[in-house]
Design a binder for this molecule. Structure first.
Ligand SMILES: Cc1cc2nc3c(=O)[nH]c(=O)nc-3n(C[C@H](O)[C@H](O)[C@H](O)COP(=O)(O)O)c2cc1C
Length: 434
């Protein structure tokens, strides 16, 4: 099984208020510690998620706000680690492909082949880049398609043997081994080549987490690792089978696409402590202040409704996307309509389950059982953990849960090789036209 751990925040919305939790999510020393722990646990990769905005509803919610820029953070961690993969989010909507190709190639060179790009099309962020950049969903995916083609082309624009560094002949790089890409599309015109040699991995690992139809098509074409967040086992099994089938239909090897599900486990040494911890984390949320963020997720106004009231079903008629994406919207809509949760109860779920991740509660042994069951049920190839409190939630994964999985023969004891592709069992792509 594959294990990725999200970093960059201090846990659930209220976690920072617990005594002993980290208060500073901008400290290099803290992340260096996480990098060392991750490597001692032979974790596949650390992952830094990202959005390029700070919504007023986030600031007023009382949660810990502020985020380091992913590539900068991962570059710093790369300097104090040797093996762990480094996956960062960059949006195709708010970046130019030349910049993205260069940044991830640079991280791949500096980390000796450990970088991965989580490709997102973004939901928010328009207010910082001009509203016209955040076109409709379909347009964003059309732009993403071109963007990724260009990034791949730029990574491949140097042949692997382009640098000869022949001192006698005075030839550093072979001119015919570095070629323009001459991309002319609807959204971009990029001449190339990249101003940097081909990355050690050939291409950094491509990760994607779109759950919509457009997202699935995109993932089937490009993704080597797919992140998915959903609480429902049957949905996950269907998603898993569907994505492996779509990948195969595109002539790609389904075994070379790994599907990892988001988990925000509330673990503590014993079951009783884990339940108490869940309640404590939920109690630490400032409920009235948190309502606006739920409004953003559901795309509706809840004004005039008390915390203990139900959301009228007519407000949730729409099947379409809420602020944080369709998967989130679907999760919370279902909880409100089918499980009849009140606004306070929805906020309690949200208090411990960020981004709609599955939130098992229990001891390390109980969590290991549940993870094993999901792998055996063909719901996923591994997990993206989002520790709900820091740093103890992270440390307990490494020293409490992973050793159990290792004893059961479900998780590695040593890295197979030095690159992120090695960890995921992915082959190094040949350069296009090489
Ligand atoms: C584990 C995981 C991590 C994600 N990380 C990000 C992220 O860093 N930034 C972002 O804007 N969206 C992130 N998303 C959201 C997805 O990119 C996507 O927008 C969402 O799943 C909705 O799918 P759609 O875009 O196909 O509608 C993440 C989703 C999952 C499951």
């Amino acid at each position: 099984m594959h294990v990725v751990i999200m970093i960059g925040s201090m846990g659930t919305a209220g976690a920072w208020r617990r005594s002993g939790n980290w208060l500073n999510q901008f400290s290099f020393e803290n992340y260096a510690q996480l990098g060392r722990w991750a490597e001692s646990g032979k974790v596949d990769a650390l992952f830094v998620a990202d959005t390029v905005e700070l919504a007023p509803s986030q600031v007023s919610s009382g949660g810990a706000v502020g985020k380091l820029e992913p590539l900068t953070l991962l570059s710093a961690i790369s300097a104090v680690t040797q093996n762990v993969g480094l996956i960062g989010t960059a949006s195709t909507t708010f970046t130019e492909p030349y910049n993205v190709a260069r940044q991830f190639a640079s991280l791949d060179h500096l980390s000796k082949g450990r970088s991965g790009w989580n490709i997102v099309t973004s939901v928010g962020g328009g207010r910082n880049f001009g509203p016209e950049r955040l076109a409709d969903h379909e347009q964003r995916y059309a732009r993403a398609e071109e963007h990724v083609q260009i990034v791949k082309g730029l990574w491949d624009s140097w042949r692997d043997d382009a640098i000869v560094a022949d001192r006698n002949a005075g030839v550093y790089a072979k001119a015919d081994a570095i070629r323009p890409i001459r991309f002319r599309g609807q959204h971009f015109q990029v001449e190339g080549p990249l101003n940097l040699p081909r990355p050690p991995q050939g291409r950094p690992v491509l990760v994607q987490a779109g759950a919509s139809e457009a997202g699935r098509q995109f993932a089937a074409a490009h993704a080597e690792v797919i992140f998915i967040s959903n609480q429902n086992l049957e949905f996950l099994q269907q998603f898993y089978a569907d994505m492996k089938r779509r990948v195969g239909q595109r002539g790609r090897d389904p075994n070379h696409v790994k599907i990892l599900m988001g988990v925000s486990p509330i673990i503590a040494p014993t079951e009783g402590e884990s339940i108490a911890l869940r309640d404590e984390l939920a109690d630490l949320v400032n409920y009235s202040a948190a309502i606006p963020s739920l409004e953003v997720t559901l795309g509706v106004s809840l004004s005039g409704l008390g915390l203990d009231s139900h959301i009228p079903p007519e407000l949730l008629q729409s099947d379409s996307v809420g602020g944080m994406g369709q998967g989130q919207y679907d999760n919370y809509r279902k909880l409100a309509l089918e499980e009849k949760l009140t606004i306070r109860e929805l906020l309690r779920v949200r208090a411990t389950s960020r981004a709609g991740h599955w939130t098992p509660v229990g001891s390390p042994e109980q969590l290991a059982d549940q993870l094993e069951a999901r792998i055996k049920a063909r719901a996923c190839d591994g997990f993206v953990f989002n520790p709900p409190y820091m740093p103890q939630g992270f440390e307990l994964l490494i020293n409490g849960v992973l050793p159990i999985l290792r004893r059961r023969g479900l998780f590695r004891s040593e890295y197979d090789g030095p690159t992120l592709r090695d960890h995921f069992g992915l082959t190094r792509p040949p350069a296009l036209g090489a």
